[in-house]
Design a binder for this molecule. Sequence first.
Ligand code: CA
Length: 228
Amino acid sequence: MARKILIVEDEVKLMRTVRLYLEQAGYGVVWAEDGQQGLAAFRNEKPALVLLDLNLPGELDGLDVCRTLRRESNVPIIMLTARSEETDRLIGLELGADDYITKPFSPREVVARVRAVLRRVEQPEPGPEIITASDLQIDLSRHSVTVAGQPVELTTSEFELLAALARYPGRAFTRAQLLEQTQGATYEGYERTVDQHIKNLRQKLEADPRQPRYVLTVHGVGYKLTEG
Ligand code: CA
C-alpha cells in the first residue's frame, strides 16, 4: 500500500503541485487546508509523514498543529516555511519538527526530502544492535532508547542523530557530518537544525541539560557521545 503523506497547506495551487509530484513518486496524499482539518485528517488517516505549512488561516497556526502532533505521536514532520518565518522555524524545531523546507521550493526537493526522512524511519542501518554509553542504552534495530532503564521517547530526527553519534562513541562530529549521517545530504543553512535537535535530545536524556553527561559539545568542532 502506498505510504500516505498529509499536506497541511492553505495555498491550494502550491498544494496541488506538491501533491502531483508526490503521487507521481508513488505516495498517497491527503490534504487539509487549515490546522483543525489537519489534526482531524492526521487522526483519521494515520499518515506516514506530515508536510506542515507554518502560516495557516484559522484558529490554529502551524506551530499549534506541530505542538499537538508531537503530544500525540512521533510522526515525521517537515515544516514548509517562508524565509521571513525564521523564528517560527526554530520554535518548530524546538517543538520536535524533523526538518523544514523554505518557500519558494521546487516540488522535486519536497519529494527528495520526504523520501530521505521516510528512509531514515523505515530502514535502520546494519551494524551493532545495542550501544551502551554509561547508563544510556540505544537499541538501533528497535529504535528505542533508555536512560538508567527508563524508556525515553525520541522523534525520528533525534533518534537518528543520537544513533549517528553512538556508532562511534568518543568521536567528534561536525554539524555538517551529522547532517550527512542523518539525511544523506547536506542542505544550505541547516546546521542550526542539528543544534536544535541536540538541545531537544539533551532535554530528554540528561538529568541536567546544561551539564550534559551523554551528548557532549566539542568546542570548535561539534558534538560527540560520551565513551563508556
Ligand atoms: Ca500558508
